[in-house]
Design a protein. Sequence first.
Length: 162
Amino acid sequence: MSTFCDDGKTWTRTSIIGPKSNETTLLHLGGKRWLAAARETATDLFIYEDEGVTWGKPNRVTAENEINGHLAHLKDGRIVLAYGNRIKTGDQLGVQAIFSSDEGKTWGGPNRFAHTKTTDCGYPSTVQRADGKLVTAWYSGASEYHARYHMGVAIWDAPPKP
């Protein structure tokens, strides 16, 4: 995490979220609190409460090869984490999401909304429409809709809030 004080001309390193992490998405929780979902061999969550000076320990929230996440707030107060599922066994390939009602402390089970034919998938981005439906854009090396690179958009419903 870096900060700047001169309109971005120079940057000062404030902290490192995860020394082995990359492809990180950030979500502001309010005040000085932030949530980060970072790729390692799975998706790890980090929380900080001091504007990024110190980060908590990683909390692994997906299985290995469930990576490239995106965090978003929902109108009902939950957080959604969408990510690519690159697990080769069974019929798991695709894009799915998990939901948290307590600012990322705990997460429900996965909800898959897109299937792919390859492990080369993910990098989703999710927004919520005025009618409550979720719209997630994602990519795949191949899907049921196209044999080569495919940019997909899924419109789907979040599961009911528990």
